[in-house]
Design a protein around this ligand. Structure first.
Ligand SMILES: *[C@@H]1O[C@H](CO)[C@@H](O)[C@H](O)[C@H]1NC(C)=O
Ligand SMILES: *[C@@H]1O[C@H](CO)[C@@H](O)[C@H](O)[C@H]1NC(C)=O
Length: 582
């Protein structure tokens, strides 16, 4: 534009026109800069105010929770999920006291991991109301009566922001509770705290410019995973027994694996998509599923049993088919045929991850099931399809959001390659084909045109059929496989290593039920075996380096079933968990 005007001016031979145009351009750039600086200043101010609000909340709660008798508090906090649900049903404790005890432990978990965005202050009123209701001898307590539950920050809670980790999201409180929150309250549960997420929620680290970095309870230098990292941190640090997270590419399963807890991503078909902030809206084939995260998979199962006990969800969202909890499947003792794989052919997992699968296989065989090797169809292709379908628009939406927000160190690394126009990505892919073939493949994933996108969707449908047919031909009821290629890593690593989410992303692409339980810890032998791990390309070298020094960190295994078979998935996860405890 500027150049054109200058040329026009030159041609007209009029110096005044040139000066005028150049002056206007300089003024415009300065104006833009000042405006941007003002926006940044405003965002920083909003963040500072928010942090002050959080600090005040915490100080207030510290005083309030001290008021609860410490032996009562310890008694309440020593109960597991099942015991506490029962004690509340039996009226052994007041809901208000249970809430205080949980606020206390959440404060402790927050001191350790910075997992809390804000406490939901209305929980106090809700607990009091429940205590009043319970005074009526005819009152029938709902199944989660008085149970405090933690909530991932992007789930809409009336009066609270769902920032998704953007400073831009501060001060835009939700007008209504999401269906999940409304249903939890109907079930008697008390949502009491909102937990942290990474900016954009499209990463498996957990940091943002508003609430900062959430750390792993097992090692502060490492991430609790993401995007449901605040949940995994609070539960892993014993600040909550059950929380609600969300998963588009592993956002429930990876944090569970990194922190040694359990969780399930149901097929999104069984839940309402309403009432949540999602990383990239308007994406028909890769949808976010909200799901439970807990210290034990049995508690996650109890929550799902409650929400699927009637057609509540389908009544408020008629697009959700009224598929009720199938207790027969969950309690079945039928021996199963289960497929397993410890390497998906795209990204080899580090030794402890593979050992976790093989040990789980043996455990399940001891329990009488039949385990057979299963090779998932072309995961390299599936992963390309996943990237294309997650970003939909070549990354335009996500980059627009991140560029207009306060920066998070390292995020630009994550996006650098995808900032190139798609045609340049393709050219770069050609250059890399021989020296860095996996990166070349990732660079071919983004759709260039709407026709590309349509073809991706078509291929995903075909892939789903192929996968389903292969399971049918092998006659397997479920699959077990790794959750990730490594245990928890340092905070910055996930931003450079999106390529490792193939193990979880595959089951978002397929929209299957997929969950995880913690089965082992990294051993010295695993660390020694790392020497054999490839370093044949920069990704492998990075993974090898990032995995060093992880002895003692928890390792999960993934269990996968087809849509509407969540109960079977939970049953297998439960059997694995029981076998570990024995
Ligand atoms: C959680 O805390 C309670 C009480 O402080 C304690 O009894 C229990 O063992 C802890 N659980 C875990 C998993 O650390
Ligand atoms: C899997 O997909 C990749 C990427 O599209 C392709 O290069 C490869 O040939 C495929 N492999 C098989 C076995 O079909």
């Amino acid at each position: 534009m500027l150049l054109l005007a200058v040329v026009a001016g030159l041609m007209a031979g009029d110096l005044r026109v040139i000066l005028l145009v150049v002056g206007a351009a300089v003024a415009y750039i300065l104006f833009k800069k000042t405006k941007m600086a003002k926006v940044v200043e405003k965002l920083e101010w909003n963040v500072a105010r928010r942090l002050k609000q959080r600090e005040e909340q915490i100080n207030e709660l510290q005083i309030k929770t001290e008021a609860l008798d410490s032996s009562l508090r310890e008694e309440i906090n020593s109960l597991n999920y099942k015991e506490l649900i029962k004690a509340l049903q039996d009226g052994k404790y007041k809901c208000s006291d249970v809430l205080l005890a949980f606020q206390y432990r959440a404060l402790k978990a927050n001191e350790e991991t910075n997992c809390v965005c804000l406490f939901i202050t209305e929980a106090t009123e809700q607990a009091k109301r429940l205590d009043e209701l319970a005074k009526d001898p005819h009152y029938k307590k709902p199944p989660m009566f008085g149970f405090p539950i933690s909530i991932k920050e992007n789930i809409y809670v009336k009066g609270y922001d769902a920032t998704k980790g953007y400073a831009n999201g501060v001060d835009s409180p939700s007008k209504e509770d999401s269906p999940i929150i409304a249903q939890l309250k109907d079930l008697g549960a008390v949502p009491f705290v909102l937990t942290n997420v990474p900016q954009s929620m499209l990463s498996y680290t957990c940091m943002n410019p508003v609430y900062g970095v959430t750390t792993n309870p097992h090692d502060k230098r490492r991430t609790p995973g993401g995007s449901s990292g605040g949940e995994s941190a609070i539960i892993g640090a014993n600040g909550s027994l059950l929380g609600i997270g969300g998963d588009v590419g592993g956002s429930i399963r990876i944090p569970c694996h990194f922190t040694g807890i359990a969780g399930l991503k149901p097929s999104h078909l069984r839940l309402s998509e309403n009432g949540m902030g999602v990383s990239i809206p308007g994406r028909p084939l890769i949808c976010a599923s909200a799901g439970p995260m807990a210290q034990s998979i049995r508690s996650a199962a109890h929550y799902l049993k409650c929400i699927w006990s009637d057609d509540w969800i389908s009544r408020i969202d008629p697009y959700v088919p009224p598929v009720l909890w199938n207790d027969e499947e969950y309690s079945s003792t039928r021996k199963l045929k289960i497929g397993y794989y410890s390497d998906d052919g795209w990204f080899k997992p580090t030794p402890a991850m593979q050992r976790a699968v093989l040990e789980t296989k043996e455990m399940l065989e001891k329990a009488g099931h039949t385990l057979v090797p299963f090779e998932p169809p072309n995961v390299t292709r599936a992963f390309q399809l996943f990237i294309g379908a997650v970003c939909v628009d070549g990354g335009a939406y996500i980059m627009g959001k991140i560029d207009n927000d306060l920066p998070v160190p390292g995020y630009s690394d994550m996006l650098r390659l995808y900032r190139l126009p798609v045609f340049l990505q393709r050219i770069l892919a050609r250059v890399l084909d021989h020296i860095y073939p996996r990166m070349a493949k990732a660079l071919r994933a983004m759709p260039k045109t709407t026709s590309d996108l349509r073809e991706i969707y078509e291929e995903i449908k075909q892939y789903r059929n192929t996968f389903q047919q292969q399971m049918a031909e092998s006659n397997v009821d479920a699959l077990i496989c790794p959750v990730q290629v490594f245990p928890s890593v340092e905070h910055h690593v996930p931003m450079q290593m999106f390529a490792t989410v193939s193990y979880t992303g595959l089951y978002n692409l397929l929209d299957y039920a997929a969950g995880t339980v913690s089965v082992t810890k990294v051993t010295d032998a695993d660390e020694a075996n790392l020497a054999e791990y490839p370093a044949s390309d920069p990704w492998y070298a990075k993974v090898k380096e990032a995995t060093k020094g992880s002895v003692g960190l928890p390792v999960g295994v993934q269990v996968v079933c087809q849509p509407y078979k969540e109960e079977r998935c939970l049953r297998i996860l439960g059997e694995i968990e029981d076998a570990i405890k024995m």
